[in-house]
Design a protein around this ligand. Structure first.
Ligand SMILES: NCCC[C@H](NC(=O)CCC(=O)O)C(=O)O
Length: 446
């Protein structure tokens, strides 16, 4: 058997809603207070996982967080029965209630940074959950993320789980959305690229002016240290601050890589030539394909609207790759034209597949946001919790589970409804059995 790169998609939780929580994320802001469709959202996500499974790729599923997060509401002074807590919060602090209800853990590209065993000194796969300090609703994810990752990758002989970084903006860490790994083959040692938006301990360094930089250099360096990565095999690159100000809140909105391919927008990085030279020189004999999309072909506005770079580039055989793109790429004329051309250019990318993840897209999460990549050797793959692996049977089982528990629609007023809380916890309690995760949620531990 071969080494693989397995995608772990976040299952969309039962409380998926549009709350406008992410300043700097254009879609989240423009769809604020819209009507969400949790059942459709979860099914779109499952179908995406099944599509990749059917392409012959290793595909897994990560459980969502338990929402609403009552422990946070209690910490903030709301008290009484569960229904009283929801009522008080809905009346006096609806924005905080919405944050505690967010299904944002579906975007598992922000769950953690993962370094495969080929890159680490102890020959194990290292995981560091992202602290997501920049957005309150996301900053409440990392502890349970750690529980989910431990229950999915339990074998300590193969997997190491670090704590998330200190919870402060100086160490703002958004996980794999700002991390790309290049390699000749998934099982060989690779070069890990960390992209950051600002240097926290140097206020004179370049930084965006309008929207926040969510990832700091210091956070990226700390993760690389925790994982024991060699300096000869790591590259730290400053994201172009101007594009952050145009809605590129993570690097995976402006560049994406796979094996020896980096697909990026002309304006993605601050010092592009230097970054590319460093990647190529650290890759040694392995030739990199740098595929640059010029502004003249695709504007930043169209890149953000269509999520051209939030696509997944996957290897479909030893040499060829496919690009998994959201339908919005198909529907944005300049982007569709570019993709039609891309597959004729003689790069490893030979095919485009369009998928519908509209429910997630409307909150600023495309195909790449929905997945966490974990490169695994055959032995490590065998050590992954088998119930978290996608299959025909798991796909059918999870669809039935969604049909049983999920609402068709949620609007802001529903968040005060105690029945929604009960439905959500009942669904997740059953899910932990389906995926054999044990008691990962605080509501299961009391
Ligand atoms: N990687 C994609 C992440 C998208 C995510 N959106 C959100 O949280 C929007 C939630 C809302 O507005 O209801 C974020 O910005 O972190």
């Amino acid at each position: 058997m071969q080494n693989v790169e397995m995608n772990f998609d976040g299952l969309v939780g039962p409380t998926h809603n549009y709350a406008g929580l992410s300043y700097g994320n254009v879609a989240s802001f423009s769809n604020a207070k819209g009507v969400s469709q949790p059942k459709a959202a979860a099914k779109q996500g499952l179908l995406k996982m099944k599509t990749l499974h059917d392409l012959g790729l290793a595909q897994g599923v990560l459980a969502p967080q338990a929402r609403p997060d009552l422990s946070v509401l209690k910490r903030l002074g709301f008290s009484g029965s569960d229904a009283q807590i929801l009522n008080q919060a809905a009346k006096s602090a609806p924005a905080i209630l919405a944050a505690c209800y967010s299904a944002s853990s579906m975007w598992t590209a922000n769950a953690a940074t993962v370094s495969p065993s080929a890159d680490t000194p102890d020959g194990r796969v290292h995981f560091t959950p992202a602290n997501l300090t920049n957005k309150f609703h996301r900053s409440i994810e990392p502890v349970v993320t750690g529980n989910i990752l431990r229950a999915t990758f339990a074998d300590q002989q193969h997997f190491v789980h670090h704590n998330h970084l200190p919870e402060n903006d100086h160490f703002g860490d958004e996980g794999a959305a700002n991390h790309t790994r290049f390699c000749a083959d998934y099982g060989q040692s690779g070069v890990e690229l960390f992209v950051y938006g600002k240097t926290a301990f140097d206020i004179s360094a370049p930084a965006p002016k309008k929207f926040p930089a969510r990832q700091t250099l210091e956070a990226s360096q700390a993760v690389a240290r925790l994982h024991g990565l060699s300096t000869d095999k790591t590259v730290f690159a400053l994201q172009n601050p101007d594009v952050i100000d145009q809605g590129v809140f993570h690097n995976d909105v402006i560049s994406v890589g796979n094996r020896n391919v980096l697909f990026y927008h002309e304006q993605a990085f601050a010092n592009t030539e230097h970054v590319l030279n460093e990647i190529q020189s650290k890759m040694g004999a392995t030739h990199m394909h740098f595929i640059c999309v010029p502004t003249a072909a695709v504007s930043i506005l169209d890149a953000v609207k269509s999520y051209l770079f939030n696509t997944q580039i996957v290897s479909i055989n030893a040499t060829d790759m496919a690009i998994i793109a959201p339908m919005e790429c198909h529907d944005t004329p300049a982007v569709k034209r570019y993709l039609d051309q891309l597959i004729t250019l003689g790069t490893p990318i030979k095919e485009v597949r369009y998928i519908d993840v509209k429910q997630s897209m409307q909150n600023g999460g495309g195909p790449a946001c929905l997945r966490l990549r974990v490169a695994l050797t055959p032995l490590e793959l065998a050590a992954v919790n088998p119930e978290t692996k996608m299959s025909e049977a798991k796909f059918a089982r999870l669809n039935t589970w969604v049909d049983k528990h999920y609402r068709d629609e949620i609007v802001a007023a529903d968040l005060a409804d105690i029945y929604l809380l009960n439905e959500s916890y009942a669904a997740l309690d059953e899910l932990t059995q389906i995926l054999n995760l044990g008691s990962i949620y605080p509501f299961q531990q009391v």
